[in-house]
Write a protein that binds this ligand. Structure first.
Ligand SMILES: [Zn+2]
Length: 278
């Protein structure tokens, strides 16, 4: 994978300040949700390119392949540090902390690769670039992917989720979504959860949606990272320490934040792809 090595060499410059690997991004279903929300919002031109870049086995469902970068971390060792940004100091208000970070750097790099479409003499694997960009756009919206270095984005904060032992990072990657899927019905299927978020995009968030997608370049990862740092402080870490038992009140107050971040990630991924593939 010469291209991968080359990419790694470029990306390593982004990751020097952020040395502790942590977390896996939204869980499987969080990534599926982000990408399905995005794919439904693609322009005709962008949708056609995405269809072309997806392997036939995906049956034109970007969502089903968006968890893929989490599954190749061992094979593509260089990629494992691209899934997060560690806030260097325990100060969520320090905006300098997100400059030159690795997750934002990865988003910029894969955007640059995709902008080479449709060059005939292609040096990049644009299918992989599409999947990485789509995945990382999700990760950067998970607040604890821009969490504190010292607790590895909540991974070392051991908590109980109702009766089960877990850690704070996992609560945000997976547990809130898993429980959220069941709210308002007996459907444990991710499709109903996605539809609920899409309905909110078209109703209670409708006035904000254009603002979410606007950006002078293809995407604005530093803006999204800053939002995540803020949400990590305001919602994820707030009132939580090792040994905390997180129950209904934590779930009820944080589920809307998780839904909002998944919605924003989906809207912004679509906006970025629409700008890239005009
Ligand atoms: Zn990830």
């Amino acid at each position: 994978m010469e291209n991968s090595k080359l990419l790694h060499a470029v990306l390593i410059s982004f990751s020097l300040a952020f040395v502790i690997p942590c977390g896996y991004g939204w869980g499987f279903e969080g990534h599926i949700a982000v990408c399905r929300i995005a794919q439904a919002r693609l322009s005709k031109a962008a949708a056609a390119v995405v269809t072309k870049l997806l392997p036939a086995s995906a049956k034109n469902d970007l969502g089903v392949l968006c968890p893929w970068p989490d599954q190749v971390k061992l094979r593509y060792r260089w990629s494992s540090s691209l899934h997060f940004i560690n806030t260097p100091h325990r100060d969520c208000k320090d905006s300098n902390g997100v400059k030159g970070n690795c997750l934002a750097g990865a988003i910029n790099n894969y955007t640059t690769e995709l902008l080479t479409y449709p060059n005939k003499r292609q040096q990049y694997n644009l299918t992989e670039a599409l999947l990485f960009l789509s995945h990382f756009m999700g990760d950067i919206h998970q607040p604890l992917h821009v969490g504190y270095t010292s607790d590895k984005g909540g991974n070392t904060i051991k908590v109980k989720w109702f009766n089960r032992a877990t850690n704070l990072h996992h609560v945000w990657d997976t547990d809130i979504i898993n429980k959220g899927k069941g709210v308002g019905g007996n459907n444990s299927n991710i499709d109903a959860f996605i539809i609920k978020i899409q309905q909110k995009i078209n109703s209670q968030w409708a006035k904000q949606v254009n603002g979410w997608g606007s950006c002078n370049t293809a995407s604005c990862p530093n803006v999204y990272a800053l939002e995540s740092i803020k949400a990590a402080c305001q919602w994820a870490y707030k009132g939580v320490q090792s040994g905390s038992i997180l129950k209904d009140d934590y779930f009820q107050t944080r589920l809307p934040v998780v839904e909002l971040r998944l919605a924003q990630a989906g809207v912004r991924l679509a906006a970025a792809l629409n700008r890239i593939f005009k």
